[in-house]
Design a protein. Structure first.
Length: 414
């Protein structure tokens, strides 16, 4: 590759990353700084806490399966052409299960909802799952300008949805309209929702197998990402859910850009034929530590500016937790990026190892601290847990490099 081609390639990767991150940031800014504050004003601090808790439960299944099928297709595309129909069938089956899970949450989740709210919540859960899968359209073809437009349409839908919430009082409508806007954009302009022939059983089994494996890793990750809300609701109350959300708002927003950033990384790593070497792993580690430091400072300073504007009544209560909560979320973000690198270069089960270590640490540290010492101790415990997850992902990266070296050495000797 010539110098000109290398410069062009690096410029395209940077441009794609900007489009990708900008799209999801736009959507999350709409949620975090327009939708959630509006819900809080209309439904109160406890009402927002209950919605955040319900969304946490929803995300464990809906987001995890959507991302997993998405990654399964990206991974398969590295080996050859992929068919639309098989992935649509997998998601259709998952939708039936998803709606059932939503009904269980609605009836037994511990939050009062009308029957209509429960049904709408079920539709939101299914639409969210499909929406997380649908951006594979842009990763497959490296079309990140349209990726941005996809999230722009979702954001517009949320804006229209909040108007419907104002008129009806049905909060799930806010999200449902946004998800449907995004899916309509892909349906009208994209290719992944067009049936393309019959699917043989062997192909279906292969897709289900990798999707289930990725789902196991992603569900644990999503569970822990949302476990603060679930644990705080169960151990303390819904007000604690809102307080932690506000204290970690900017850090959570950064953590949420993991999805588009990982999408760009996965898309380009799928085209890369080299191995993970010690030098590259060291660059990844140093870059991650630098990003952690800079992002934590930025999120903490930003919290002192933004929270008093959006949530003036809660500012004095939550400001003392800005540093520890934002740092925890940045560690989470850094670990997510590292585990995507592991997905490309190392064994798929390494993702499960990272998330199992995280889950065990959360159960052993965060929940006991919250039960015995309250909210402040929980915040400290979650920071420790997020650091453990980051450290585990880095350690497995180096272990993979060493294992590959040993394997290559044995092959050369033979």
């Amino acid at each position: 590759m010539s110098n000109t081609e290398q410069i062009g390639s690096k410029k395209k990767i940077f441009t794609d990353m900007i489009w990708s991150v900008s799209g999801l940031v736009l959507m999350n800014v709409t949620l975090q700084f327009m939708i959630y504050p509006f819900w809080e004003k209309k439904l109160g601090e406890d009402g927002l806490g209950n919605i955040l808790y319900l969304l946490a439960l929803m995300n464990i299944f809906a987001v995890s399966i959507g991302i997993s099928v998405n990654y399964a297709r990206i991974t398969a595309s590295n080996k050859g052409e992929t068919k639309n129909t098989v992935y649509m069938l997998v998601l259709t089956g998952a939708s039936v299960i998803s709606f059932g899970v939503a009904m269980l949450i609605g009836f037994f989740g511990g939050v009062e909802m009308t029957l209509l709210e429960k049904l709408l919540f079920g539709f939101v859960m299914c639409a969210t799952m499909w929406r997380y899968y649908a951006d594979v359209e842009y990763k497959l073809f490296l079309n990140y300008k349209s990726y941005f437009l996809y999230y722009l349409f979702i954001s517009i839908g949320y804006g229209i949805g909040i108007g419907l919430f104002y008129l009806t009082g049905l909060w799930p409508l806010t999200l449902l309209v946004g998800e449907c806007f995004g899916l309509s954009f892909v349906l009208l302009r994209g290719r992944i929702f067009k049936p393309d022939g019959k699917t043989d059983s062997a192909e279906m089994r292969a897709v289900i197998k990798i999707s289930v494996l990725l789902f196991a890793a992603e569900a644990i990750s999503t569970l822990i990402f949302n476990a603060d809300r679930i644990a705080l609701k169960a151990v303390i109350d819904e007000t604690a859910v809102t307080n932690y959300y506000l204290a970690s708002l900017l850090g959570k927003t950064v953590a949420l850009i993991t999805t588009p950033l990982n999408g760009v990384i996965v898309g380009y790593l799928a085209k890369y034929k080299g191995e993970l070497r010690f030098k590259l792993m060291t660059v990844i580690t140093v870059a991650a530590l630098a990003v952690i430091a800079l992002a934590t400072v930025a999120c903490t300073v930003g919290s002192y500016i933004i929270i008093p504007i959006l949530y003036p009544d809660q500012f004095e209560t939550v400001k003392q937790y800005f540093v520890v909560t934002n740092l925890a979320q940045i560690f989470y973000f850094a670990a997510n990026v590292t585990t995507v690198v592991l997905l490309r270069f190392a064994k798929s089960r390494y993702q499960i190892y990272v998330n199992v270590a995280y889950a065990l640490a959360f159960c052993a540290i965060c929940i006991p601290l919250a039960a015995m010492y309250g909210f402040s101790a929980f915040c400290t415990g979650l920071l420790i847990t997020c650091f453990i997850r980051f450290f585990t992902s880095i350690a497995l990266g180096y272990f993979s490099v060493i294992s590959t070296k040993i394997k290559n050495k044995k092959q050369n000797t033979n």
